[in-house]
Design a protein around this ligand. Structure first.
Ligand code: ADP
Ligand code: GLC
Length: 505
């Protein structure tokens, strides 16, 4: 596979750095630290950094959103790409590329510089009505960049619906180019709840009129609909999702959101891989955001972080308080509909504190605000997105709440374990694969897990947690068990490399 020599390449690692190095292109709508609304950004950054560190030739393509262009990053014009003009049937789009290096790595990030499409203050902008063009453009730009850089990827790794049209483009508009002769595609489903569904007429806008027959015909004829994610499921050479349990769930009527039949047809090319954690960013021993540091050998810094967190929200410090933490997008997925029946009951205990950070649907934000108004000296909330605060809550809380209705993988439960903050989770998706329920007899376990999506089950898990918290020895043992867990990319990354090799071999 290394014999393939190609046109000159720019930036990043030298060609054939390692004798069996893979050439990999990752395409994503989000990447930490540039643009993030959720775990996707952390996962693509962590995987790319690890792949670069282990000697592979990795490049990442993502949009140059307004927040990145004006974010003070060290980016320069990618001259070997120049200006690209492509015809979408309705209009012509022109764009260029800026290039930068992923922090703490040598991985080049190519940003699609198209202010008309991406120069907005938000990452996603469905109200503009051109989301299909924006992300169709992302797919095409990624391939155009490869052509101009002479970069012949062994694997193009697409993520979620935003880059799910790329495998189809590769099989149609770009199939003529020898640079892609050995290229295979992998599509990772981070969340099947977002599929990128549009009216059938967008096929023309996307420059795919001649390939109309390659879209799912029933969707077109019965609903006049194009589904980006489903198209990716049909044409990617391999599919992954972010935990083995979720790989199973999405093949069922309950979890597949209408894509279960397509996924069952492709089950032999579907692998579940639990996300890795970038402990460079998420470890209390050296987390740059924290007011104090700690490790399992000396937990005193955790007590300091807890004190600071309570101070920051002006919450009472008296009476050995137990702090529950929440950091989340506030959407139906996250299970917060269970809270109104449960938290007021749990919070009756004067020793309980709650600190929640989140943004999303107003009904959840309003409910948290209501709870805070009821007990302003014991409940703290922050509405919005706040990176530093997310780290403070992981470190300063005793337990972390994730009652998700569904959860493809979830990162915060893994971050929590590393921070000695015990997760209280529902047994779904990746939460089931990563958190072990405490056994009341042996005391073994890394969290409190409940099964049914109902408030009684959540209340029971919370009450179990509160009881164990009041037995310091037992709680401490659980903290240590969680802190010893290893979900690093060193452990999870090789699973992707195995797949890339199998595909390109
Ligand atoms: P999802 O991707 O479904 O949102 P994950 O658990 O995989 O769930 O990842 C969520 C990521 O987003 C975590 O890194 C978490 O800290 C972060 N996050 C979520 N909401 C916020 C917020 N309001 N402020 C800061 N970080 C947040
Ligand atoms: C999605 C999922 C989350 C997962 C993340 C990264 O947004 O909701 O469970 O951890 O992607 O894969």
């Amino acid at each position: 596979m290394t014999g393939l020599r190609h046109r000159t390449s720019t930036g990043g690692a030298p060609q054939d750095l390692m004798s069996d190095a893979l050439r990999l292109l990752l395409v994503s709508s989000e990447l930490t630290p540039y643009a993030k609304t959720g775990g996707l950004a952390d996962v693509v950054a962590g995987l790319s950094r690890w792949l670069g560190k282990t000697g592979h030739q990795v490049r990442v393509v993502m949009p140059l959103y307004g927040q990145i262009a004006h974010g003070g990053y060290d980016l320069h014009e990618a001259r070997d790409i120049g200006r690209v003009r492509i015809r979408f049937d309705g209009a012509e789009q022109e764009f260029g590329a800026k290039v930068g290096e992923l922090p703490n790595s040598k991985v080049p990030i190519y940003f699609v510089d198209c202010p008309a499409m991406f120069g907005r203050d938000r990452i996603y902008s469905s109200t503009y009505g051109d989301e299909h063009i924006r992300f169709g453009l992302l797919c095409r730009a990624a391939l155009e960049f490869c052509q101009r850089l002479g970069f012949a990827p062994h694997v193009v790794h697409c993520n979620d619906w935003h880059s799910a049209l790329l495998p189809l483009y590769l099989r149609t508009l770009y199939s003529w180019d020898g640079v892609f002769r050995g290229t295979k595609t992998l599509l990772t489903i981070h969340n099947i709840g977002y599929q990128g569904q549009f009216g059938g007429k967008v096929i023309d806008d996307l420059g795919l009129a001649a390939s109309r027959g390659m879209f799912h015909q029933d969707d077109l004829s019965k609903r006049n609909e194009v589904n980006f994610l489903k198209t990716g499921l049909l044409y990617a050479d391999w599919l992954t999702t972010v935990s083995p349990n979720y790989a199973h769930e999405i093949q069922t009527g309950e979890g597949g959101r209408g894509l279960e039949a397509t996924l069952r047809e492709r089950k032999d090319s579907l692998t579940g891989i639990v996300n890795g954690v970038d402990y460079g960013d998420w470890d209390p021993a050296h987390d740059k955001h924290l007011p104090a540091h700690y490790s399992s050998a000396d937990l005193s810094g955790k007590a300091a972080c807890k004190k600071k967190l309570l101070e920051r929200f002006a919450l009472r410090q008296d009476g050995d308080p137990m702090v529950l933490g929440i950091v989340s997008r506030l959407t139906l997925q996250k299970g917060f509909d269970l809270l109104p029946d449960v938290l007021p009951v749990v919070m009756r205990d004067e020793r309980m504190r709650l600190v929640a950070l989140g943004s999303g649907e107003a009904r959840y934000e309003d409910w948290f605000q209501w709870l805070r108004d009821q007990m302003p000296d014991r409940v703290g909330i922050y509405r919005g997105y706040h990176e530093e605060l997310a780290h403070w809550i992981e470190a300063g809380s005793d337990a972390f709440l994730m009652p998700s209705m569904f959860e493809p993988c979830g990162l915060n439960q893994m971050y929590s374990m590393r921070y000695g903050t015990i997760p209280i989770v529902r047994r779904t998706g990746g939460l089931a694969d990563t958190v072990v329920d405490r056994d009341p007899v042996s005391g073994k376990g890394t969290g409190f897990v409940f099964e049914r999506f109902d408030s009684h089950a959540l209340l029971d898990a919370l009450q179990r947690a509160v009881r164990v918290y009041r037995e310091p020895g037992a709680w401490h043992a659980m903290m240590l068990a969680g802190m010893a867990q290893d979900w690093s990319w060193d452990r999870q990354g090789p699973r992707y490399v195995d797949l890339y090799r199998r595909l390109s071999g």
